[in-house]
Design a protein around this ligand. Structure first.
Ligand code: AMP
Ligand code: FE
Ligand code: FE
Ligand code: ZN
Length: 284
């Protein structure tokens, strides 16, 4: 996995604009050091990192694909959708992301207030500082609780306070899958089901393929070999693309996996081909 021939890509990387620890520039530097051919910054619910990377890419040898990772729910399952090749400045997309950003802000405030009621001494300003320019989320609160020695690590912060269903948990607003698919296609992009093996029901991927999905993220560090093969077969059956990426969050989740888990560049070529194909269909 470690050899770098310049024939590998990573289509799922987070930056400091969501819950990754590397700035887009640092992601690009590391990707170049690993000799990756292309990357996509797919931050949660924001295109700021992707926009910065696209700007930097012009002075960089590495190809940058516009990307984002949307959170949606389907039948009580958490379903993440990756979008690529869309116009990040498409106004209805920007409006939708602004709504999500405001909701995350209010939600983080509620979480902090609840933690304060539990006599945990953190402030919203500290959480904001921790998220930097980023789209505020639970990982920033978990990092702060850990930095202040209130929890031993991020996992403990989720387990004790802010994980799903815990005392200081509040759900965040999400877009419906239909809305995400429509926005992606209207903005000229292609929509891929992220880490289908992580959803918790492998057969759900098959049902989701009946929607307007254009690809499956079969290559994913958390997938078993059997899952990867199953999703490659499913994509072939449904005539949709296969993608992959590391889901690197920088140092937020231990050692950075960027460059260690990578995907053959052929899949990016095939994704581009699929993109051209669907664009023709949408223009009809
Ligand atoms: P949010 O979008 O604010 O709800 O935060 C969700 C993010 O928190 C996910 O993308 C994960 O990166 C992280 N996360 C969720 N559950 C856990 C957990 N139990 N331990 C560590 N990180 C988690
Ligand atoms: Fe994340
Ligand atoms: Fe995800
Ligand atoms: Zn991700």
């Amino acid at each position: 996995m470690k050899s770098s021939s310049g024939n590998y890509v990573d289509l799922h990387v987070h930056s400091s604009y969501s819950d990754g620890s590397f700035t887009p520039g640092e992601v690009l530097d590391r990707a170049r050091a690993w000799n990756l051919k292309a990357i996509s910054i797919t931050d949660h619910d924001t295109v700021e990192g992707t926009l910065e990377a696209l700007q930097l890419a012009s002075s960089n040898t590495i190809e940058v694909i516009p990307g984002i990772e949307f959170s949606t729910t389907y039948n009580n399952y958490k379903v993440h959708i990756l979008a690529y090749f869309f116009d990040p400045l498409y106004p209805p997309l920007q409006d939708a992301l602004e709504t999500l950003r405001k909701d995350r802000y209010q939600r983080a405030n509620r979480i902090v207030n609840t933690l304060n009621d539990m006599h945990i001494d953190i402030s919203f300003e500290e959480v904001e500082e921790c998220s930097g320019k980023g789209c505020i989320g639970r990982p920033h609160i978990a990092a702060l609780l850990t930095d202040k020695g209130i929890t031993r690590n991020v996992t403990e912060a989720f387990e004790m306070y802010i994980g799903d269903g815990k005392a200081a948990f509040y759900p965040k607003k999400t877009l419906s899958i239909e809305k995400v698919l429509n926005l992606t296609h209207e903005a000229g992009g292609i929509a891929v089901l992220a880490h289908p093996g992580k959803i918790g029901d492998d057969d759900l991927a098959s049902r989701l393929c009946e929607m307007d999905l254009n690809g499956l993220e079969a290559f994913y560090p958390g997938h078993t070999r059997a899952q990867t093969e199953k999703f490659i077969q499913l994509a072939a059956d449904k005539n949709i693309a296969v993608t992959g990426g590391s889901d690197c969050h920088g140092m937020m989740k231990g050692e950075p996996i960027l460059g260690l888990f990578k995907v053959d560049a052929i899949y990016l070529d095939l994704l581009k081909k699929k993109h051209r194909e669907i664009k023709r269909n949408y223009l009809k």
